[in-house]
Design a protein around this ligand. Structure first.
Ligand code: GAL
Length: 376
């Protein structure tokens, strides 16, 4: 199974944690369509941890969906999700228990892959808790990679070992299509900027068919839900979305998509930013930062069509002039080239620049542009 663009979808964990139920999942599938997510390219609806009974079936040894949360079983949920034209994702773990203490897939990989295939699952997030001390993480991901490939159904393999064991070095070989590279995101500015910047020098390993996953987005949570913590405002969320799109990271929403503000919708449905995220060349950005203010950064990304994307970030708590020396992006004065910038939020051409460009940016905010190289 080949995945040519970073996966896009929604996952239950950030907002709902263990508080999941068939009716909420059906409503989310409805919202997925009604709110225009599917039209914008979002595709996978994923149920995270806490979906099963506390024990496996004593006779068949199979995983069993919680009778209370999913009274009609998982196949019925999959059928509903598919009836909306969406793909259905589920969750398991390479250890004996999942992170929230439900049965894990250790030593049951092939049986569980079979069960997921029978339920018509299209995506499996695979976590890393309660792994026996003697079991090697790389080997267990390898094993589930083979189990999924051999289960008779195309199932996207989403690895989640939080960036441990130098995962970027070997994960492509396991058959995974995306891999979590960091610990869990929290809904605050510090958490998501640290997560994003921790991968600055590792994004070169992210490429078609195996993408670096810097976790589910918190956009639109405003402090509510499981990873709510202090919450963010719309400025923070704009910066989060631009960071993820400039990397070409998977875009898995984590807010309650049944109740989104207009600002949230406008942001996550921004077609121009989504196109940057999904760019088929999948090149990581080049970074530069202000000589003495590490909070002022600029990123420059080559796009497949010969154009570029540029983002200016102010991670600081006060407004700041964020500069870019074009020479550091390979555009010296001697090239005779200038950069024409089109704002990705307004669609407006803001100007044509040579050598150097600087934008005043409010605290925590960013600016994102399509950049075209032009001559006089
Ligand atoms: C964590 C994982 C989270 C979520 C949680 C479920 O290990 O990083 O994204 O899946 O487990 O218990």
């Amino acid at each position: 199974m080949i995945i040519k663009n970073p996966p896009m979808g929604w996952n239950s964990w950030n907002t709902f944690g263990s508080n999941i139920h068939e009716s909420m999942i059906r409503e989310s599938a409805d919202a997925f369509i009604e709110q225009g997510l599917k039209d914008a390219g979002y595709e996978y609806l994923v149920i995270d941890d806490c979906w099963s009974e506390y024990d496996r079936d004593p006779v068949t040894d199979r995983l069993v969906a919680s009778h209370e949360k999913f009274p009609n079983g998982m196949k019925a949920v999959a059928d509903y999700v598919h009836s909306k034209g969406l793909k259905f994702g589920m969750y398991s773990c390479d250890g004996v228990r999942t992170c929230a203490d439900y049965p894990g897939s250790f030593d049951h990989e092939f049986l569980d892959a079979q069960t997921f295939a029978e339920w018509e699952v299209d995506f499996l997030k695979y976590d890393n808790c309660y792994r026996p001390a003697t079991a090697d993480c790389q080997l267990l991901y390898q094993r589930m990679g083979v189990a999924l490939e051999q289960c008779g159904r195309d199932i996207l393999f989403s690895a989640c070992n939080w960036g441990t064991a130098d995962v970027w070095k070997w994960i492509r070989s396991s058959g995974a299509h995306m891999y979590r590279s960091t610990g869990d995101i929290q809904d605050n500015f510090k958490s998501f900027t640290e997560i994003a910047m921790s991968q600055q020098d590792k994004y070169g390993y992210s490429a078609p068919n195996c993408y670096n996953d810097i976790d589910m987005l918190t956009i639109g949570m405003y402090g509510k839900g499981l990873v709510g913590t202090t919450g963010c405002d719309d400025t923070d969320y704009r910066t989060q979305f631009v960071l993820w799109c400039m990397y070409g990271a998977p875009l898995m929403l984590g807010c309650d998509i049944r109740n989104m503000t207009e600002e949230t919708k406008k942001l996550i449905l921004n077609r121009d930013l989504i196109a940057i995220d999904q760019d088929e060349a999948c090149r990581p950005p080049v970074w530069q930062q202000h000589p003495w203010n590490a909070n002022a950064k600029c990123a420059f990304k080559h796009l497949a069509n010969g154009e570029y994307a540029m983002a200016f970030y102010n991670f600081g708590d006060k407004e700041y002039g964020v500069p870019a020396m074009l020479e550091l992006f390979g555009i010296p004065t001697s090239s005779g080239l200038k950069v024409q910038l089109t704002d990705l939020f307004t669609g407006e051409v803001v100007g044509v620049y040579r050598d150097y460009v600087r934008f005043q940016i409010a605290a925590h905010d960013c600016k994102a542009f399509k950049a075209k190289l032009v001559r006089d």
